[in-house]
Design a protein around this ligand. Structure first.
Ligand SMILES: Cc1cc2nc3c(=O)[nH]c(=O)nc-3n(C[C@H](O)[C@H](O)[C@H](O)COP(=O)(O)O)c2cc1C
Length: 351
């Protein structure tokens, strides 16, 4: 048993672009803790890799052919599945983890069938935010990635510091990160804050009748208790096994719902095709990216959206028959030149 623990490979995942930023430092500190427990450690920074958005083709589920996108995510997922334990650190942008975390989470669909057959692995998560009043979604949504990856969260924290590296001035936070790293190797579940979901650490609850509540992320069920004039949310011990991310629930969702949606869709397809027609006819409204130094392609550089939308161009033709009538439209916004729309291709000169 000891030999297994000592050879555990712990992978630190950093979701911040900022070199030696707070996420990176705390993940590294957690890896130090893991090393102190005998683990081999590795690091990867998501922004060093190409991550495309899932395009929803569903081939990974319906055809089991893996993902067709030619980026680095398949390689990344292999590393994430290989690791014996994970430490994931992410900055908070607009209340939630930075977008790479969501992009990666969506792509896990391609390995879901393998994941449900893996034993749960330990993971620790570190959400970094500038200030406590602006971090509410960060921790549960970061934990969602660990849970989707089939991990058991041994510890999770939210750290607060706005400037890169500023977290180092908070000694207790750095110490806590190290403890998180240790917990990944020892498997010890660190104490969780009060009144939070025992799975994702969220403190959002949906009323479920009477004193019952449930966590919208995990579907763990809890109960509001009043003691000493204070309300507390208490979860039954089975919440730890009965939740959305358990092996059984994930397998049921994958095999019992996602896979059969294909047949359901194919059966409905003739009716869907017909009902889609009016929306297909609206396809002459798409704005297309023009040819500029930012978007290399045919045609001269555009001088702004106003010109594109009132006159059209080779790169962005106005195929709508009524385009010329736009200037006189009584509809609000329609007659205005579209130059108020921001874009990287906006020219400073006259359009
Ligand atoms: C685009 C952007 C949005 C941000 N939004 C939030 C926010 O909603 N809440 C917050 O507390 N901090 C916010 N921050 C601050 C970062 O979370 C903070 O600087 C953190 O230390 C960054 O971690 P890093 O050094 O690992 O990149 C934001 C920063 C950026 C760049």
């Amino acid at each position: 048993m000891e030999g297994v623990e000592r050879s555990m490979r712990v992978l630190g995942v950093v979701a911040s672009h900022r070199r030696l930023g707070n996420s990176e430092i705390l993940v590294k500190e957690a890896l130090r803790g893991a090393e102190a427990e005998g683990a081999e450690t590795y690091l990867l920074r998501l922004s060093d890799f190409d991550l495309d958005f899932c395009d929803g083709c569903m081939a990974c589920v319906f055809k089991r052919t893996g993902c067709h996108l030619q980026d680095d995510v398949s390689w990344l997922l292999e590393r994430l599945l290989d690791a014996g334990g994970l430490v994931i650190g992410a900055p908070t942008y607009f209340l939630a983890p930075a977008a790479t975390i969501k992009t990666l989470t969506d792509r896990v669909m391609a390995v879901l069938d393998r994941l449900v057959r893996l034993p749960p692995r330990p993971a620790a998560t570190i959400a970094v935010a500038g200030l406590p009043e602006w971090d509410q979604l960060a921790q549960p949504l970061l934990n969602k990635l660990a849970l989707v990856l089939g991990c058991r969260i041994t510890g999770s924290m939210v750290a607060h510091a706005p400037g890169p590296g500023q977290i180092l001035l908070r000694e207790e936070t750095v110490t806590r990160a190290r403890e998180l790293g240790r917990s990944v190797v020892t498997g010890e579940i660190l104490p969780r804050p009060r009144n939070c979901c025992p799975i994702c650490y969220s403190s959002f609850f949906i009323p479920a009748g009477g004193r019952e509540v449930y966590c919208p992320l995990c579907r763990t069920r809890g109960r509001l208790l009043e003691a000493g004039g204070e309300v507390e949310v208490v979860f039954e011990p089975e919440a730890l096994t009965h939740n959305r991310w358990s092996r059984e629930a994930m397998e049921h969702h994958f095999l019992g719902w996602i896979v059969p949606t294909r047949e359901m869709f194919l059966k409905d397809l003739p009716r869907i095709r017909e009902a889609r027609q009016p929306y297909l006819a609206m396809d002459d409204r798409w704005l297309r990216k023009p040819a500029t130094k930012h978007f290399p392609g045919a045609g001269p550089p555009l001088r702004g959206l106003a010109r594109v939308c009132t006159g059209g161009s080779a790169a962005m033709p106005l195929s709508r028959p009524q385009a010329g009538a736009r200037g006189g439209s009584p509809l609000p916004g329609i007659g205005r030149p579209w130059s108020f729309l921001p874009g990287p291709y906006r020219s400073p000169g006259p359009g």
